[in-house]
Design a protein around this ligand. Structure first.
Ligand code: CP
Length: 320
C-alpha cells in the first residue's frame, strides 16, 4: 500500500487495492468494537461532510449521518431537489463550492448513464474526498459492508460459494450497482461466485469479463447461470435481489414471467447447511423473498445493515 488514504476518493472499489480494502475493514472492526463498548471515537472533530441525495435512502443516509456524529463531526443533508442543481448549476461549481466549506462530499445519484459521470465530475474539481453513496454503476459502501459481514460469518472466503441471484420485485426498479459491485469485489477475495438471472437481466459485458479476470487472478471462480435452483444448490451465501433492466435491448422483457424467481424456504433447503441469506435492503417481502426466510435463522440482513454504519465510519475516518 502506498501512502495514506487521506483525500482519496471512494467512488468505486476498483480504485482501491485489496490492501486498502483490508485496512478499511480492520478500521471498521475496531470502530464496531468501540461502538459496542461506548468508547468515544472522535477522529474527525469539527469536520463537515455534505451528503447529497438525488434519491431516497434509509441505511445510507443514516449510517453516514450517525457515523460522522460519532466521529465528532457534522453532516449537512442536502436534498438535491432543493439545491440550485434544479436550476442547472453544474457538478464542477457545486463540488468546488461545497469542498471549500467543509471536508468531504458524498453523493447518491442512480440515474442510468448520468449518476457515475456526475460523481466523477465532482471528484475532478473537489478539493476534498468525494464518496459515492450509490450511482448507476457502483455501490461501494454496500460492497464493503457486505464483505465485512461475510468475513465475520466465515473465517476464510477462499472457495466460499456465493450466489448473486436476480429476484422478482414490484416495489421499484432497482439499480444494477449492488450485484455489479458484489461480482467485481467478491471475485477478488477468492470466492466461487455464481451470477444467476433470467435471460434479459444480464450485467454489462465488461463486468463479466472483469469478474472472470479477478477470479482467475485470485484463485476464485465466476460463472453465470439461468437456473435459480442451480444457483441455490450447495451455496454458502445467497443474495437474491431484484435489479432492473439497464439497456434498451432489455426494455421489452416481461418481468411477470419471472415471478418464480423468489427466495423461498424450499430453495434455502437446497443450499449448504451453513447458508447465509443476505440482502442490501430494502427487500420486497413476499416477492423477492418469503418472510420466513428473511426473518428466519439463516438471515443476516440486519448484521449486514448494521455494518453499513461501521464501514461508513471507516471510509470517512480514513479519507477525510
Ligand atoms: N442498501 C441501501 O443502500 O439502502 P438505502 O437505499 O436505504 O440507503
Amino acid at each position: 500500500m502506498n501512502g495514506k488514504l487521506k483525500g482519496k476518493h471512494f467512488i468505486t472499489l476498483r480504485d482501491w487495492s485489496n490492501d486498502e480494502i483490508n485496512l478499511l475493514l480492520d478500521v471498521a472492526g475496531d470502530l464496531k468494537r468501540k461502538f459496542y463498548m461506548d468508547v468515544p471515537t472522535p477522529y474527525l472533530p469539527y469536520k463537515t461532510i455534505f451528503l447529497m441525495f438525488f434519491e431516497q435512502s434509509t441505511r445510507t443516509r443514516n449510517s453516514m449521518e450517525a457515523g460522522i456524529a460519532q466521529l465528532g463531526g457534522h453532516a449537512n443533508y442536502l436534498d438535491t431537489g432543493t439545491m440550485q442543481i434544479a436550476h442547472g448549476e453544474v457538478a464542477k461549481d457545486t463540488a468546488t463550492i461545497l469542498s471549500s466549506y467543509g471536508h468531504g462530499i458524498a453523493c447518491r445519484h442512480c440515474v442510468w448513464g448520468v449518476g457515475n459521470q456526475y460523481i466523477t465530475e465532482m471528484a475532478k474539481y473537489a478539493s476534498r474526498p468525494v464518496m459515492n453513496l450509490q450511482c448507476d454503476l457502483y455501490h461501494p459502501m454496500q460492497g464493503v459492508a457486505d464483505l465485512m459481514t461475510i468475513k465475520e460469518k466465515f473465517e476464510d472466503t477462499k472457495g466460499l460459494k456465493v450466489s448473486i441471484i436476480w429476484a422478482y420485485a414490484t416495489s421499484h426498479k432497482k439499480p444494477i450497482s449492488v450485484p455489479l459491485t458484489q461480482c467485481l469485489l467478491f471475485t477478488r477475495y477468492k470466492m466461487d461466485v455464481t451470477l444467476a438471472y433470467p435471460e434479459g437481466f444480464e450485467l454489462p459485458d465488461w463486468v463479466i469479463e472483469e469478474s472472470k479476470a479477478n477470479a482467475l487472478a485470485s484463485g476464485g471462480s465466476f460463472k453465470i447461470s439461468h437456473d435459480i435452483d442451480e444457483a441455490f444448490k450447495d451455496a454458502d451465501v445467497v443474495i437474491p435481489k431484484n435489479w432492473g433492466s439497464w439497456s434498451s435491448k432489455q426494455e421489452n422483457v416481461d418481468i411477470e414471467l419471472f415471478k418464480d424467481w423468489k427466495c423461498t424456504e424450499a430453495r434455502m433447503a437446497l443450499a449448504s447447511d451453513r447458508v447465509c441469506y443476505m440482502h442490501a435492503l430494502p427487500a420486497d417481502r413476499g416477492n423477492e423473498v418469503d418472510d420466513s426466510v428473511i426473518d428466519g435463522p439463516h438471515s443476516i440482513v440486519f448484521q449486514e445493515a448494521e455494518n453499513r454504519l461501521h464501514t461508513a465510519k471507516a471510509v470517512m475516518a480514513l479519507t477525510i
